[in-house]
Design a protein around this ligand. Sequence first.
Ligand SMILES: Nc1ncnc2c1ncn2[C@@H]1O[C@H](COP(=O)(O)OP(=O)(O)O)[C@@H](O)[C@H]1O
Ligand SMILES: [Mg+2]
Length: 334
Amino acid sequence: MAKVLEVKDLVTKFYTLDGVVHAVNGVSFDLDEGETLAIVGESGCGKSVTMLSLLGLIPSPPGKVERGNAFFSGGTGRCDLLQLAAPELRDVRGGQIGFVFQDPISSLNPILTVGEQIAESLTRHLGLTREQAHRRAIKLLEEVGIPEAAQRYDSYPHHFSGGMRQRVMIAIAISCSPSIIIADEPTTALDVTVQAQIVDLFKRLRDMIGMAIIWITHDLGVVAGLAERVLVMYGGRVAEVALVDDLYERPQHPYTHGLLGALPRIDTDGSRRLVSIDGTPPDLLIPLVRCPFAPRCAYAFERCWEEIPQLMPAGIQHQVACFYDIERGGPRSG
Ligand SMILES: Nc1ncnc2c1ncn2[C@@H]1O[C@H](COP(=O)(O)OP(=O)(O)O)[C@@H](O)[C@H]1O
Ligand SMILES: [Mg+2]
């Protein structure tokens, strides 16, 4: 399977008044064409900063992408997103790579109609005329399930509910038939029935367009029915990556065990959230010199306090960054 994205050793920091925040500390992963990859991990572990780094959307200052490559193979050949000049990256972003964020209110422009915002993407990226873009935008509104799309074209974002606004964001994200959609907690702000509808919409559009999806989430319940692979992040690093079933059946990282071990907590809104694990998340103001999970880990031994574990093979399409082999009950060989 051809790779549409290869991220290698991404490092992003924020130079704040309190010190340097080591948000992303050497993240590597790749994404196959048409594949759905879920990224899970506690709040603050670097999921959003990783994606914003790829899209060139890190606020600078205080942020800086310090190291890494992100090879994207789109319609126009292979390029390193982290090396592209701003105008080229703007062409890719919103064109070949679509994105949907958690909060559709701040992502949409309040003074343009929803139709104009979709049409604007089409004229900018695909060079359609105003009339062509108008027609295509109505079609897109229909595709994302907005009733009476022709009339709704002229509505402003504040006329729409949260779920409808997210549908508009999705229409913009798919408007140019992207190779990848990055969806950063796209259902977190929505109520539970609307969440399920949005997940179904993504599945339908994926089948229609064939794009790859990076789906960032807290809700492990959604992951199983949507993603092929799961990547678990901790402390700005990849802790484990595996096929979904394999991850559920044979979690290898003690942190993943923690995430899956207890029954998911059902929130008052009915959504399943990551259960909390004893101890506190790592202080990202301290540079990483050892396993970030060691202070919370029941299995940590000397090596974990002295060295940063790299991803190691742990099965077919399964990798883990841990020196301890849970299955064998001892240090991992190699
Ligand atoms: N603009 C910013 N300035 C300073 N620190 C930031 C900024 N954006 C994110 N961070 C820090 O980077 C770390 C990773 O954040 P983020 O990627 O948003 O986590 P999440 O996994 O919840 O998406 C956090 O410690 C966060 O506080
Ligand atoms: Mg986030």
